[in-house]
Design a binder for this molecule. Sequence first.
Ligand code: NAD
Length: 419
Amino acid sequence: MTIYTGPVFEMARRQFDQIANHIEMPDDERERVFYPKRAVTVSCPIHRDDGSVTVFQGYRVQHHLTLGPTKGGTRFAKTVDIGEVAALAVWMSWKCALAGLPYGGAKGGITVDPRALSSRELEALSRRYIQEMIPFVGPHTDVMAPDMGTDEQVMAWFMDTYSMYQGRTVTEIVTGKPVSAGGTEGRREATGRGVAHLVGRALDRIGLSPQRSTVIVQGFGNVGSVTACALAERGVKVIGVSDHTASYYSPGGLDLSELQRHVACKGSLHGFSSELSIEPEDLMAQRCDILVPAAVERVITHENVSRLRCRILAEGANGPTTPEADEILDQRRDEIFVLPDILCNAGGVIVSYFEWVQGLQQLFWAENEVLSRLHGLLDRTFDQVMARSDRDRVSHRTAALAIGVERVRDAKRTRGLFP
Ligand code: NAD
C-alpha cells in the first residue's frame, strides 16, 4: 500500500512488472525505475462568483529526472486523484523515452469538474494551481501541457502567472499554449494528426486502403475530433462518435462538420440526433476497421473486449485498455492490430517538445516544418516498435513499453546512483 494505491496505478504497476519480467530486469532495479521521484499535493482556494470560498485539491507527480526535465499534461476532472496522476506520469516516461525525447514523465491535475465553474472561476483556479506549483516546476525542471479538461487558454494563464512571478516572460514553462502567446503552429492538432498518421501506417501494414475503411471514435474532444477529421481527410468514413453525453452511429457515415458545429454551439454532442443515437457500449461493439478510444482510461475491459469487431485499435486516450483485456487482445493479435497508447498518442508530446525547443531558442518554425518533423519522429518510432515486436514475437504494446522502459533503465544505470 502506498499513497498511489488505486486501480489506475495498479494497472501501471502490473504493466511495468510484465515488462520488467520480459526484459529480465533485476529485482533491485525495479523500484528505482518504477516509483515516482516526487509527488506534490496542494490546496487551491478560490473565491466563487457568489462570494463564497471553495478549496480544490491539486496534484503534480514527477516520475524521473534522469533524462532531462519532466513533461506532462494537467487534467481537470472530478475523478483525478494522486494514484491516477502518478500512473499517467509513469506512462509519460515510457512514452517520452520511446519517442527519444529528453524528458522524464510527469502529470498533474485538480479534482474538479471544470464545466461546473464559470470562466472567471476557472481562471482563478488555474492561476492559483500554477502559483502553488512554482517551487516545483520550471522550464528545466518540469514543463506542463494540457490534458483532459484543460486547453490552450488554461496554458496561457499558467504561463502568464508563472511569468509574473519571474518578472519576465517565460513561454517555455508550458506547452500547448495559443500561438498568440508563444505556442507552436500545429500543437492543438498534433495528437489527433499523429493518431491519423499512425493509423495510415497500420492500414498499409495490413493492406487496407483508407478509402475503403470506416472508423468509430469514442470521445469527441481535442484528440477524438481531430483524429476523426484527419482520418476523414484521408478518405476514411466516420461511422460512429461519442462523448460523455451521447453516442451516435450511422453505417452510411456521419456529417463531421455538422457534429463540430453542434459541439461548438452546445458544448457537447447531446441533442445532435435522436435517430442516430446508440448505447455507448453498443457503439464500441459495432463492426468497423478502426476503433479509436480517445476519452478516458479503462474503457476496454475483460467484459467488453471480446465484443470488439475492429481491425485496428488506435489508442488515442492514455490507458484505455486494462491489462486483463490486453491479455485477450494478445490472443487476437492476428485479428486486431493494436496501436498502443504510448505510441499512438505520442504526437502530442512530440510537438510539445518542438514547442519547448522553439521557446528556448526563440526561433519559430512554420506549420509544415512542425508536421514533417512530427511524421519523421512518429515513423521512426513506429518502425522501431514493429521491428521489436517481430524480433521478440511480442505484442506491439509489450514491444513499445520494453523500448521505453529499457531506455529509462539504461540511463539510470549509466548515470549511476548518487551519492
Ligand atoms: P478533452 O477534454 O478535449 O476531450 C475528452 C473527450 O472525452 C470529451 O469529448 C468528453 O466528453 C469525452 N468523454 C469523457 N468521458 C467519456 C466517456 N465515458 N465516454 C465517451 N466519451 C467520454 O481531452 P483530450 O485532450 O482530447 O484527451 C483525451 C484523451 O487523450 C485523454 O486520455 C488524454 O490523456 C489523452 N491524450 C491527450 C493528449 C492531448 O494532446 N490533448 C495527448 C496525449 C494523450
